[in-house]
Design a protein around this ligand. Structure first.
Ligand SMILES: NC(=O)c1ccc[n+]([C@@H]2O[C@H](COP(=O)([O-])OP(=O)(O)OC[C@H]3O[C@@H](n4cnc5c(N)ncnc54)[C@H](O)[C@@H]3O)[C@@H](O)[C@H]2O)c1
Length: 376
């Protein structure tokens, strides 16, 4: 069957909470985007949320593999809010992925419904897995591969990016495997777009902290010390209890804020940013405690404290909807490599960091300059 010109065929790598919010959001906003609140971009260069088609999905959890995507997104340990009661079958069955470093250790006595339950690898090795997944991506006519693997899955993220490259797909990296520069270059050489790394939530801890940092900078008040402590109860937070897996996330979040600061007046150890603990009963709710200490006029001290409480996964889904549509626009326009005009607005660790206002301007220009679908 021929694909419609407006269709954006997506493969999901990891059917966790972020995938759940994205799949639900696609149904929630289908046909009525303008009249429902919460969508960052209704029509992106002619593409609507309902143009996104989930053509393939991969996971390694025994409770998800083999299910239709519309059911797998509600299987444990997913715990994000169900905001769409009934989803029709997506006709996309979750296929077994290839596990390298996606599943980290979890604290003993973590109940089964709160942690991953991995299947045995169905492939004998990397080469066999790569060949099979590339063939499946091609068979499903996937255009954009979206990476939702757990933090710390750096080798797995590269494995799936290689599969996307070989299958001729664009790649949108929602997680902090920081590879936009080197892998992005490989995508450029292959004539394919790359978007990443580590999606910025719509109104989350990072954007709030960046806004505060630039407010202080613009108003001439140097920040001396700041912290951002985050707690949550989903598998993302459970996984990040393992400090060894956390390094890239901490770096990504810290640099996103530091890039907005005039650091010349800061204490040498004046910044602490990162996921800080796992509280099981919070489920997909994330609480962020943010503190800024600064010196106002005359060197007189001042401070701000903010507490943000937000459902974590829906907070990133609208931004990933923009990233997916931007990837398709880039494909339409024959653009390759990291799409800088979109990355700085949508991701915490883009190849080039910009202040929020400039990032937004460039993204809007990218969106409006793009030819409408079918005309490129
Ligand atoms: N607001 C947000 O929620 C937000 C913001 C920025 C970045 N992120 C990042 O996005 C990523 C996804 O977040 P999430 O909350 O959906 O995580 P999650 O833990 O709910 O889901 C991860 C999924 O990946 C699967 N998986 C693990 N190894 C795999 C493999 N080798 N192949 C295929 N699937 C595999 C797991 O079984 C699970 O279903 C995380 O890295 C997170 O840090 C999330």
């Amino acid at each position: 069957m021929a694909d419609s010109a407006e269709e954006i065929r997506v493969a999901l790598i990891g059917v966790g909470n972020c995938a759940s919010a994205l799949v639900q959001g696609r149904a929630f906003y289908a046909g009525v985007g303008v009249s429902k609140p919460g969508l960052q971009t209704v029509c992106l260069a002619g593409y609507l949320p309902e143009d996104i088609v989930f053509a393939a999905a991969y996971d390694v959890d025994a409770r998800k593999v083999g299910l239709d995507l519309s059911e797998a997104i509600f299987a444990p340990p997913n715990c994000t809010t169900r905001f769409v009661e009934s989803l029709s079958s997506s006709r996309c069955v979750v296929r077994p992925g290839f596990e390298i470093d996606g599943i980290g250790p979890v604290p003993a006595r973590t109940p089964e419904h709160k942690r991953f339950l991995p299947i045995e690898n169905v492939y004998t090795g990397l080469e066999e897995a790569r060949r099979a997944i590339v063939a499946e991506l091609k068979g499903a006519r996937v255009q954009v591969v979206v990476n939702f693997l757990p933090v710390g899955s750096n080798r797995s993220a590269r494995f799936y990016a290689e599969c996307a490259l070989e299958a001729g797909c664009a790649f949108a990296n929602a997680m902090p495997a920081l590879m936009a520069r080197d892998m992005g270059e490989r995508f450029r050489q292959a004539g394919l777009p790359y978007l990443g790394d580590d999606v910025k939530s719509q109104v989350g801890a990072t954007i709030l902290h960046r806004a505060l940092a630039s407010l202080f900078r613009d108003r001439g008040i140097p920040i001396k010390r700041t912290y951002q402590l985050n707690v949550g109860g989903n598998t993302d937070f459970l996984n990040m209890k393992d400090e060894a897996r956390l390094e890239s996330k901490r770096r990504s979040k810290t640099e996103a804020v530091l890039s907005q600061l005039d650091a010349s007046h800061m204490d040498p150890d004046g910044v602490y940013i990162g996921p800080s603990d796992y509280v099981s009963w919070l489920n997909d709710r994330k609480i962020c405690f943010l503190r800024v200490e600064a010196e106002q006029f005359g060197g007189v001290p001042m401070e701000i404290e903010i507490r943000l409480s937000v459902e974590d996964s829906p907070n990133s889904a609208g931004v990933m909807m923009d990233a997916i549509r931007a990837a398709r626009v880039a494909l339409d326009r024959g653009m390759a490599g990291p799409i800088n005009d979109a990355c700085a607005y949508l991701f915490k660790s883009p190849p080039v960091q910009l202040d929020e206002q400039m990032a937004r301007q460039l993204f809007r220009r990218f969106v409006t300059e793009a030819a409408p679908p079918g005309t490129a």
